[in-house]
Design a protein around this ligand. Sequence first.
Ligand code: FAD
Ligand code: FES
Length: 1267
Amino acid sequence: ACTVMVSRYDPKTKKIHHYPVTACLVPICSLHGAAVTTVEGVGSIKTRIHPVQERLAKCHGTQCGFCSPGMVMSIYTLLRNHPEPTPEQITEALGGNLCRCTGYRPIVESGKTFCAVSNDKKYFFNSCTSLSISEVPFVFCFVEMCTKLYNEDEFQPFDPTQEPIFPPELIRMAEDPNKRRLTFRGKRTTWITPVNLNDLLELKTSFPEAPIIMGNTAVGPSIKFRDEFHPVFISPLGLQELYFVDSTDDGVTIGAGYSLAQLNDALHFIVSEQPKEKTKTYHALLKHLRTLAGAQIRNMATLGGHVVSRPNYSDLNPILAAGNATINLISKEGKRQIPLDGRFLEKSPEANLKSEETVLSVYIPHSTQWHFVSGLRIAQRQENAFAIVNAGMSVKFEDGTDTIKELQMFYGSVGPTVVSASKTCQQLIGRKWNDQMLSDACRLVLDEIYIPPDAEGGMVEYRRTLIISLLFKFYLKVRRGLNKMVRTTSLGLWFVSALEDFPIETPQGIQMFQCVDPHQPPQDPVGHPVMHQSAIKHTTGEAVFVDDMPPISQELFLAVVTSTRAHAKIILIDTSAALALPGVVDVITAEDVPGDNSYQGEIFYAQNEVICVGQIVCTVAADTYAHAKEAAKKVRIVYEDLEPRIITIEQALEHNSFLSAEKKIEQGDVEQAFKYVDQIIEGKVHVEGQEHFYMETQTILAIPQEEDKEMVCTYVTLGTYLFQEYVAAALNIPRNRIACHTKRAGGAFGGKVSKPALLGAVSAVAAKKTGRPIRFILERGDDMLITAGRHPLLGKYKIGFMNNGVIKAADIEYYINGGCSPDESELVMEFMVLRSENAYYIPNFRCRGRPCKTNLPSNTAFRGFGFPQGIVVGEAYITAVASQCDLTPEQVKEINMYKRTSRTAHKQTFNPEPLRRCWKECLEKSSFSARKLAAEEFNKKNYWKKRGLAAVPMKFTVGMPTAFYNQAAALVHIYLDGSVLVSHSGCELGQGLHTKMIQVASRELNIPESYIHLSETNTTTVSNATFTAGSMGADINGKAVQNACQILKARLEPVIRKNPRGTWEWGKCLFFSLLTSLLRGYQTNMDWKKGEGNAFPYFVYGASCSEVEVDCLTGAHKLLRTDIFMDAAFSINPAVDIGQIEGAFVQGMGFYTIEELKYSPEGVLYSRGPDDYKIPTVTEIPEEFNVTLVHSQNPIAIYSSKGLGEAGMFLGSSVLFAIYDAMAAARRERGLTKTFTLSSPATPELIRMTCVDQFTDMVRLVRRAPC
Ligand SMILES: Cc1cc2nc3c(=O)[nH]c(=O)nc-3n(C[C@H](O)[C@H](O)[C@H](O)COP(=O)(O)OP(=O)(O)OC[C@H]3O[C@@H](n4cnc5c(N)ncnc54)[C@H](O)[C@@H]3O)c2cc1C
Ligand code: FES
């Protein structure tokens, strides 16, 4: 797992210290004397599972399970230190772990089961409750609603005394008085652990250039990502002299070895002991320590390492400098002190420590009565993200006055180092702390701190605005403090809202779903919230992913060499240097492809020219991945750039560059209608793309067989037939020679439909050429670069409407950035166009769309398949119409929403009744109107913070417009012992498909679930399986499994009749007990020439409403509450369905708010990992998150259920529109016009720059217009 627990014995305190760490950043040598506990050591299905593992599984906190061991370790470590944690501690402990599937709510909930006191105010529905839905004729009159997805009574008790003991020999080692220096010698580097301080100083003199490795959180990433090399490392980790807190009357000295977590504890203690006026610096540090990285990094990173490494984004150094901290240094020459000031932070050589010196400790003086210190920061997400801009500021006044005696301002993330605005501060000395001073300060600091237009990280105008916005916040904080001490003009109520940052709350909420009919046989699991089939294996780490598979004899690793040019001719590929390196077996290029190198427009290895940055040019096969990667760097490619280089949609439109023909649907007479409307508006909407960020990157194991050119491939995918097809084409062999296996994927979200097929072809060619098994695992950066993601969209609209809000005509154009090859772009566009009307009836409606061909990596399927982008355009024009008509967007939605059985714009008949119910219940049950009024009241009182609410309705489609894709197959074996093996054509991606299939087989065969096993999906048992996509995995595979079981059950009838009291061991009487069932699936069709057809088997309806609060000064937002009402018809498994809805919602929310892919104008992707691309963490999810499954009927699907895998994604847009509502309120107050253009994502940058004010006006650079 990413997170493991390290335990160390402290001989001074005689205590054992347990803490979580990020495993990949811990050098193995640093663990000498420590005990490491991994998830395997916590519990196992082979022995005993731990309560943490059990509860995470039973609370449905795992879906794909790739993150689960890390989650277990974070909660487990917390419990080792705090057996009865608070909910806040649970949230804090999970802040450093990412999950892409669940939306975190169930993970937090599993942790909360260990809390003595829960903060859940809202869990009042312990038993079933009744909800009247009698107004809807086609559903049951009363549906019993349940709110508990698991039963606490089933949990084994947690007994903290039963944990494994710390190894006594490690205690003896730690207390050994005869300890000696420890040296580990490797091939290239030597690791030395000094025995005491003198030894450390000796070593520092002998190896002045050697880094001191403490947390390794600065050195480690430099070695991994920036190829830094050190022949010697000195690691004084655990050296007692570096670990202490010394408190005096004037301040506190903290040992350099203290981790940031220990620093946090020490400061909390000091703050509790000292009077408030002395602790202002400590409070400022504590605020930033809560959000700096995650718990793992805070437990590894040390104060000394932080101060010395001086990252330009440092959250602590600006505060330490503002608080006049000093650094205590030691070397063989003796001790000395240097100030931790601007010159030190700006790395001025004369202010630096000498290479032979070590930081012993940092002294932080107490603040005084007339001294104010603050830390300020804004990041893309609240926790675990580097600051976009941060600052540490302090001011000292002449006693008893508001006259500035000393002023210090330090800014992070505005240049290559933390910078001091020293000139500005100097010029303000002697000034009064008033508005005029602030205005001059802003002008001066903008002059002093220059961010060049091409600065790394971009966002120049925003960052400049933040420089003065943060200064303003500091100004107000000090004003507030001064008001209590001297008479200054008191702060107006309006300004108070600028002061506080958003608090981090522990999420809570209710999940409601239909109770199971009390008459249903107890053995029948359908409708119950059954735990994911692999959940326990996920949480114990025993679920096998492809990379967990043991090495195969002779196997080789593959590393890729990708194009660095967007469009260029390949002049030369020189592989000689790569081939000469140790361990390298071969370099594979297009020349080596025995079959088609270009298949259906997808190119496996670039040939003659490259068409995007990130295209695979060649691969290197070597005995280890390290060798392969090293050699890949040595491949020399000479390019000659070609024109045109098309990167953006706008450039593609200019060049008329498209991947396929236009798709269009139309109803009524749009042109004619425009002539008779009251008003017409036109607009554009930009929706940016999204990275799948599945936790398990693309992974393939290709094993060539001895006979008949057979190839066995194990990989993660959601489309086995496509994989087989591509591999067969590349190898030029029939598909029956290729056996493809997939057991589970660590998340997919659409990103593992077509890309594994391409990568499979690439690796199969390597396997064929070398004749050896190939293990091909993409690193995160390569995965993000090569496989691309969701299509960015440019939407254009022209809307004709009446003054009462009725929309009469709409003309919509969609253009998506498809990238350099067809992939699924045409299909995505078809879906986008077909779903473009969403929930609204517009009598004269036209939608046209085309995918653009550009020189970017080819974008692909992503959950929602175009819908989450396309529908933003619709909601945007609804919002614009509302603004023009002086109505709320919700009123315009209501006015134009489908009301009765109707035909869609592509002429498919449907009944929108569940849509209206979801919408109505969403508004009513969330008290939307009352909360909207309350938000307006709040906004009147708070100039710098604004609240916004928005509700969105949804009509989503399930299935595909082509019938071929809507079919599935199943193979059910009943063995002679009565056990049953189910295979089907769907892939398990974490969405609980296998779990639902077991529920189906259990009901149909009338046997307990424990009799049924589901092992994997493969092409040898179920052939020609279509994608597990379109939200219909459970629909079509469920029907196939049902069908197979029913036929088998019928065959068993004679046996049962003979022995009606017999048991399931009837199976023993069967010799013909297996059956393949190939199902004719949903019959759909679409005639694109006419623009009409029954394109989808059915629709899923839903609505969500969200409330946010926005900080107008920084652009941060907080999601206060979300309510989702989703039409689930009859849920086969409410836990799985709610998990899908919540997970998709949070993924959608990330897409619409913080996830931002950044490309250079040359088409180079900058965001290639978790540092640059931020998916939501536990702190982003709604503070209150309520989900209700609304009951309806859907006879066409199995057990009248509905497919809910994707629908929740779009509901995340309620957050986007709530943010827009809040921004609109800010703009109205500032006297700006009502309408402004929408774009997505609503990042902090966009929010800040849209909430224009005197500070944005002051910053006079040309800016990316938000409007
Ligand atoms: C995932 C991640 C997220 C992060 N997020 C944030 C964030 O949000 N905000 C933020 O401010 N920082 C963040 N950081 C940076 C982190 O705070 C620093 O990397 C960390 O404080 C460095 O401490 P260390 O002990 O790990 O240093 P090491 O990597 O062990 O050492 C760093 C440098 O300091 C020197 N050094 C260490 N100790 C001494 C000593 N006693 N005397 C002399 N020289 C010494 C070493 O020689 C080396 O050059 C993040 C880092 C990571 C990996
Ligand atoms: S369950 Fe967390 S990433 Fe899949």
